[in-house]
Unconditional design. Structure first.
Length: 317
């Protein structure tokens, strides 16, 4: 189980969609956790593919040591055996040793000088962690130590497309403390090409879609720009989904959500488009943790339409 987690944060691979039968569950009692790890690995494909292009352009690998980013930090060299950067945004520290009798592993993760959020929130864990610091805690079998730089944007496949090959739909995961009275801003990109040919070596045979957000208490503005460039077989439309993970579990609902001036209804049931809801009783918390705000924006023309989203939050006293 733990060695499988190690493979999740190295290179994506579309694992088969196994059926969880009674007999299979009896032989592999933790298959549910294994399946979620498989799905996360596949869901990360847009993020890893984008960084594969960056590796081609810059020579810096998707998986690289922390001292590439924090060369003056001595601890970034000390912790190289157990953790690494997975792209620009994610620090991964997968567990490979066996669990104790409580099916837990206590491990220490070093976070360099930065502000960090855990990939999924766990009870008793601060929402935002200030580096440099060492986080020592027990991890359950269904947890993978992954931390994300605050103000990062990570593109993922949605659950609806996690086993599909089409480019539709896409979820943009925003990591920042929504409750903060500070001003926050961040951006992310999605790189795409045909995925099969060598045409990516040509400057004009790929596309890049950009997302930028800004947060001035209490409201958040998100802009998804039209894709720049094109490639053979490029789809014409896409359903965009936003996922915000920086709100407390008990206060994640916005007062209002607007997209291009139009009201996005909510709360709605998952799967309704357009619409927003707060995730609860999540089946796959690694992909959609409890308390995350999920906003399905609807369909857009990839190369011409811009999505301007305003998220209006309740003002705290």
């Amino acid at each position: 189980m733990r060695s499988l987690h190690l493979g999740v944060s190295i290179i994506p691979y579309p694992f088969p969609n196994y059926k969880l039968t009674t007999s299979f569950s009896r032989r592999f009692p933790y298959f549910k956790f294994m399946k979620e790890a498989f799905l996360l690995r596949n869901a990360l494909t847009p993020y890893t593919y984008t960084h594969a292009r960056k590796a081609y352009d810059t020579g810096v690998s998707l998986v690289h040591p922390m001292y590439y980013d924090w060369a003056a930090d001595e601890d970034a060299y000390i912790y190289t055996d157990s953790q690494y950067m997975f792209g620009d945004a994610i620090l991964a520290a997968p567990i490979s040793q066996g669990s104790n009798q409580n099916k837990q592993v206590v491990t220490a993760v070093y976070l360099p000088a930065e502000r960090w959020m855990e990939w999924t929130r766990s009870q008793g864990t601060p929402l935002v962690l200030e580096g440099p610091t060492v986080v020592k805690r027990a991890w359950e079998l269904n947890e993978i130590p992954m931390y994300v730089r605050v103000n990062s944007v990570v593109p993922l496949k949605t659950m609806a497309s996690v086993t599909a090959t089409s480019a539709d739909p896409l979820v943009w995961v925003l990591f920042f403390p929504v409750e903060s009275r500070e001003t926050h801003s961040g951006n992310g990109v999605l790189y795409e090409d045909d995925g099969v040919s060598q045409n990516y070596t040509q400057d004009n045979d790929h596309s890049v879609t950009s997302l930028a957000f800004s947060h001035t208490y209490p409201d958040t503005v998100v802009v998804i720009s039209p894709a720049q460039g094109s490639y053979t077989g490029m789809p014409s439309t896409r359903n965009h989904v936003l996922q915000l993970r920086g709100r407390s579990l008990t206060d994640a609902a916005p007062e209002q959500v607007l997209c291009n001036g139009n009201l996005i209804p909510g709360p709605v049931k998952p799967g309704v488009t357009p619409g927003w809801y707060v995730a609860s009783n999540a089946t796959y918390p690694l992909l959609e943790p409890e308390g995350a705000l999920v906003i399905a924006l609807g369909s857009f023309q990839i190369t011409t339409d811009e999505a301007d989203v305003a998220i209006l939050w309740p003002r705290r006293k």
